[in-house]
Design a protein around this ligand. Structure first.
Ligand SMILES: CC(C)(COP(=O)(O)OP(=O)(O)OC[C@H]1O[C@@H](n2cnc3c(N)ncnc32)[C@H](O)[C@@H]1OP(=O)(O)O)[C@@H](O)C(=O)NCCC(=O)NCCS
Length: 171
């Protein structure tokens, strides 16, 4: 069991290798969306990292991706197996939601198997697409981003999302 504490900081490019390594088993379980390494570099400013005090090791990470004026997604949130159940995921999620507030977003989406965890943080299961009006839906269709396609529940990404639950937090 790993001991010690951690702090949350913005991610750096040097974190990408470890992020990719840690996402691999979660991608295989379809808990996280498969992505090319270049996508992690391109989106590194969206990421926060939980760094273990003193060691520089990573206890977890997570990202906030803005989709529209009032809408963002928490994505690629994960804690290291050795750190599960010790507050890493919650600390990251709280900071990502703070970021969403600071950006002026009013709703935060996530697609997850971890329904209880997100429910404890105020997220609700989405019954339908009512979170976006038809005009915004049409605009979001133009996005090349796979996470946005999953939010829209497009047929081409359904194999990735099978069994996941769509949830939303109203800020
Ligand atoms: C979801 C996930 C990020 C949660 O990470 P975590 O670090 O275990 O989260 P926390 O420790 O904050 O919370 C987990 C549990 O530990 C408990 N807990 C929180 N702080 C704690 C602490 N200091 N000590 C002991 N337990 C604690 C919480 O009550 C929580 O209970 P729950 O599992 O019944 O909700 C993690 O399980 C994960 O990596 N899942 C796979 C990836 C994924 O599905 N991500 C979501 C989609 S983007």
């Amino acid at each position: 069991m790993t001991s010690g504490s951690f702090h949350i900081r913005p991610a750096r490019t040097a974190d990408v290798t470890q992020i990719v390594e840690m996402t691999q088993p979660l991608v295989e379980r379809r808990a996280l969306v498969p992505k090319e390494t270049v996508s992690y570099y391109e989106s590194i400013q969206e990421f926060l990292v939980a760094e273990v005090e003193g060691t520089g090791e990573m206890a977890g990470f997570g990202a906030l991706h803005v989709m529209w004026e009032d809408l963002a997604e928490v994505r690629t949130l994960a804690s290291h197996d050795d750190w599960r159940g010790r507050g890493v995921g919650s600390a990251l999620l709280r900071r990502l939601v703070e970021r969403a507030r600071a950006l002026g977003v009013q709703r935060v989406f996530c697609l997850t198997f971890e329904v209880e965890f997100f429910t404890r943080h105020g997220f609700e299961v989405m019954e339908d697409q009512s979170a976006v009006d038809p005009e915004v839906y049409a605009e979001l269709l133009r996005s090349p981003d796979e996470g946005v396609a999953e939010f829209l529940d497009l047929a081409r990404v359904k194999p990735n999302t099978l069994g996941n639950t769509r949830m939303i937090l109203h800020l």
